[in-house]
Ligand binder design. Structure first.
Ligand code: UT7
Length: 324
């Protein structure tokens, strides 16, 4: 029997309308455009409007991906949403999106792997398709991370943005996703976390103590080292070499981390998709937003090999090597 591959047949994305520049942030917190650009590569981020939710952005991104694919929502038999900022505790954002799309009946669930959420969701959907259980899947990464930010804390507030991206995956005899890798190490949980919730309780603080805490410098060091070995592992799993990769589409947290991974792959920066300057770190939204930009701008062409990767809270890290 010929192997079953999952192929990305279309992409879509959604960003909140409001873009906030570094200069705008200079007015509310002790920071500078120069510091933010030189340390992170970020120039602006999009911020969700009052009442605009992760589910709203996920729905729009999914609708755009389905439209581009020419696929009806009723044809989808799996929806997986990577998110760490669901609209409500339950039902999952995937269920909320499913109902709005009119894809009722198919399996739908969220994956919380922090910034690696979309990469985990893609890896899981790939396994569903390869097993023969799923023919068409909708995989979404969506976040409203700015809801978990203390705007007085300059160490974190300048880093994040909101947004969503989606792909339609289809079973095919043509490649396809060649390999996916997924990892986690909960031993690092306190370096990047949001330690409030239903079981441990909330705090008598603004926004009930819901805010991201990050030891930036330590996260940076582990991210660079871990992504270095992740890309090697992914190439090996796919039976490929650095030179086989046409585009690196990395998690968009920090331009310096992206440059380090590109160097490891011996890739010039003009073969790396960079959107961190426009979107900042949108966690699970970041890789599918970058992918949709790469496809719609005409950079990524059919038949090219793409290496997608992400690293985030947990720690979690995950990747996919695929032919687009
Ligand atoms: O997506 C999940 C994974 N997350 C990441 O990958 C993030 C990884 N970490 C990073 O991207 C970087 O570590 C940061 C961008 C967060 C920070 O850059 P850094 O070069 O590691 O800076 P630092 O934390 O070592 O801080 C350097 C200085 C400090 O001042 P002193 O102690 O040297 O006087 C900070 O207080 O920069 C100061 N600083 C700021 N200054 C102006 C920190 N934040 C700001 C700010 N504006 N927003």
């Amino acid at each position: 029997m010929a192997p079953i591959y999952s192929r990305i047949i279309a992409t879509g994305s959604a960003l909140p309308e409001r873009a906030v520049s570094n200069a705008d942030l200079e007015k509310i917190v002790d920071t500078s455009d120069e510091w933010i650009r030189s340390r992170t590569g970020i120039r602006q981020r999009h911020i969700a409007a009052d009442g605009e939710t992760t589910g709203d952005l996920a729905f729009l991104a999914a609708q755009r991906a389905l439209e581009t694919a020419g696929v009806k929502a009723a044809e989808i038999d799996l929806i997986v949403v990577g998110t760490t900022t669901p609209d409500i505790i339950f039902p999952s954002t995937a269920c909320l999106v499913q109902q709005r799309l009119g894809a009722n009946g198919c399996a739908a669930f969220d994956v919380n792997a922090a910034c690696s959420g979309f990469m985990y969701a893609l890896g899981i959907a790939d396994k569903f398709i390869k097993s023969g259980q799923t023919k068409k899947a909708l995989v979404i990464g969506a976040e409203t991370l700015t809801r978990m930010i203390d705007w007085n804390e300059r160490e974190t507030c300048v880093l994040f943005g909101d947004g969503a991206g989606a792909v339609v995956l289809e079973a095919s005899s043509e490649p396809g996703i060649y390999a996916t890798c997924m990892h986690a190490d909960g031993g690092y949980k306190e370096l990047l976390w949001n330690p409030v919730g239903v079981s441990v309780g909330f705090k008598d603080e603004p926004n009930h103590g819901v805010r991201i805490k990050m030891a930036g410098r330590e996260v940076f060091k582990v991210a660079v080292k871990t992504l270095d070995s992740l890309v090697g592992e992914t190439l090996e799993a796919a039976g490929m070499h650095e030179a086989d990769i046409d585009w690196l589409i990395p998690h968009q947290a920090n331009l310096r981390i992206i440059e380090a991974t590109a160097k490891r792959l011996e890739m010039p920066m003009d073969r790396v998709i960079v959107t961190v300057d426009q979107h900042a770190n949108t966690s699970s939204g970041s890789v599918p937003l970058a992918l949709d930009y790469a496809v719609r701008s005409g950079k990524v062409q059919r038949g090219q090999n793409l290496l997608l990767e992400a690293f985030g809270g947990g720690f979690t890290w995950a990747s996919a090597l695929l032919r687009y």
